[in-house]
Design a protein around this ligand. Structure first.
Ligand code: HEC
Length: 138
C-alpha cells in the first residue's frame, strides 16, 4: 500500500516538472529573432553597409572574428554586445538601433533568451537575411 502511494507521488512530481519545461518553449530563431534582425538591424549591418564592422546577414558572418571580439557569446547574453547594445540608454552612442525607435522590451528579452539558449541560427539559406530595401515614395 505505502509503496504505491510513494510511487504515485513520485510520478506526480515528475509530470509537473515536465509540464513546467514544456510551458516555456525555446525561442524560435526563424519566427522570433530573424524578423527583428531583418527589420531593425541588417539595414546597417550588411556586407555593403558594414557599420561597426558587423555583418548580421548570416550566422557565419555574425560570428566572424572582429577586433572588438564576438558580438554573440552563446549561453552568455550578459557578455554579448548584440544584447547589451539593446539595453543601453538611448543617448549612449553604442545604443542600437543607432537611429529610429528602440526595439520593444519584450523583443530585447527574446534576444536575451535566444542567446542564453545557445543562439541557434541555421546555416545556409534559411538563416540568411538580405537587407530590406525600404519602399520609396510612401
Ligand atoms: C542606422 C544604422 C544602424 C542600425 C539600424 C543598427 N546599427 Fe548597430 N551599429 C551601427 C553603428 C554606426 C555602429 C558602430 C558604433 C560604434 O562603434 O560606436 C554599430 C555597432 C553595433 C554593434 C557593435 C558594438 C561594439 O561595441 O562592437 C552591435 C553589436 C550592433 N551594432 C548591433 C545592432 C543590432 C542588434 C541592431 C538591431 C537591433 C543594430 N545594431 C541596428 C549602426 C546601426
Amino acid at each position: 500500500m505505502k509503496i504505491h502511494r510513494l510511487l504515485a507521488l513520485v510520478s506526480c512530481i515528475a509530470t509537473s516538472s515536465t509540464l513546467k519545461a514544456a510551458g516555456e518553449p525555446p525561442v524560435d530563431f526563424m519566427k522570433q529573432i530573424k524578423p527583428i534582425l531583418a527589420d531593425r538591424c541588417v539595414e546597417c549591418h550588411n556586407s555593403e553597409t558594414l557599420l561597426g564592422s558587423l555583418n548580421l546577414q548570416s550566422r557565419a558572418l555574425a560570428f566572424e572574428k572582429r577586433k572588438a571580439g564576438p558580438v554573440i557569446r552563446p549561453k552568455d547574453a550578459d557578455k554579448s554586445m548584440l544584447y547589451l547594445v539593446l539595453t543601453l540608454p538611448p543617448k549612449d552612442k553604442k545604443a542600437m538601433p543607432a537611429t529610429g525607435h528602440r526595439i520593444p522590451k519584450d523583443e530585447v528579452q527574446l534576444i536575451r533568451q535566444w542567446i542564453n539558449e545557445g543562439a541557434q541560427w541555421p546555416e545556409g539559406k534559411d538563416g540568411a537575411i538580405s537587407p530590406q530595401h525600404k519602399k520609396s515614395g510612401k
